[in-house]
Design a protein. Structure first.
Length: 296
């Protein structure tokens, strides 16, 4: 699994029933100028022929097949386990990616060169929105004392990254460890993973030259403000909702230092409790213009 000339890049790609979205990603991957690149497609129970389509474009892609219950963290854990048997070279690189991104043919080449200059680092691609080309994701500064997450104003402030397109060395991935499919099956898992990486001595970096584009309307259910009653409650506790207080509690416990675990758990349930009463019981739309942002 090792290349004597240049590090191999293993792409971990979780997918589920988004054949045409996945096709765009895989077409970009097949056009990359950098070699060697190995695709590990973690197909979590797709019924739309996604795996067959991928094989037509990249015949040597490795397919790991799930039953539809893995979600993001379960897929990542299976991909991580696959890489361990047998293991890549410590210098080989892993690209964790979502299938809803597109990127230039030199994307991996630039990412490899960037990471080669940065030992013990995680490189997050900057995200541009397909609709307006504006930068929507870069580095994140996670203030775990106040449980607040903001776009970092400098590379030095980055201590957290999304994993829509995240590259790291295999040696560093082993250092971080695996994922938490039960506690954090979908949202917040990437933040916990990269915060954990920083605590284990790694650095989070970005580079404007390492950029991807995505349609941000293709993932999850995020707009809870207009829902009330049972519809609100059902969405609030859905795996597909970032505000789900159960998984935010898991994140608070896993990502916070000992002194702040309880405070952050209380923070989560204070926010959730207000919305449960206001929207779920009183059937009132969320008053974002009146209520402080800390309750959102």
């Amino acid at each position: 699994m090792n290349s004597q000339c240049s590090p191999a890049v293993f792409v971990l790609l979780p997918v589920h029933n988004r054949r045409e979205i996945t096709r765009k990603f895989v077409s970009c991957l097949a056009a990359q100028t950098y070699q060697p690149v190995h695709l590990v497609l973690i197909d979590d129970g797709s019924s739309d022929g996604t795996a067959d389509m991928v094989k037509e474009i990249i015949p040597d892609a490795q397919i790991v097949t799930g039953d539809g219950s893995w979600w993001w963290s379960g897929c990542m854990q299976r991909g991580y386990n696959w890489l361990r048997q047998p293991e890549p070279s410590p210098a080989d690189m892993v690209l964790i990616a979502n299938d809803d991104i597109t990127y230039a043919s030199d994307f991996i080449a630039i990412a490899v060169r960037t990471l080669a200059r940065e030992p013990h680092a995680l490189l997050g691609a900057q995200l541009r929105n397909l609709k307006d080309d504006g930068v929507r994701e870069s580095g994140v500064n996670a203030d775990m004392r106040r449980f607040v997450f903001r776009t970092a104003e400098s590379v030095q402030q980055i201590n957290c990254l999304p994993t829509r397109a995240l590259m790291l060395r295999w040696a560093d991935m082993r250092r971080i460890g695996g994922f938490h499919p039960r506690l954090l099956p979908q949202y917040w898992a990437d933040y916990e993973y990269t915060i954990r990486a920083c605590r284990r001595g790694l650095r989070c970096i970005t580079n404007p030259a390492v950029a991807v584009t995505a349609d941000l309307d293709t993932t999850g259910f995020r707009d809870l403000d207009s829902l009330v009653g049972w519809r609100f409650m059902r969405q609030l506790f859905s795996i597909k909702t970032p505000l789900n207080p159960l998984y935010r509690t898991s994140f608070a416990i896993l990502a916070s230092s000992g002194a702040w675990k309880l405070a952050n758990v209380l923070n989560v349930w204070m926010r959730a409790g207000f919305r449960i009463v206001w929207q779920g019981i009183l059937h009132q739309r969320f008053p974002r213009s009146v209520v402080p942002r800390m309750l959102s």
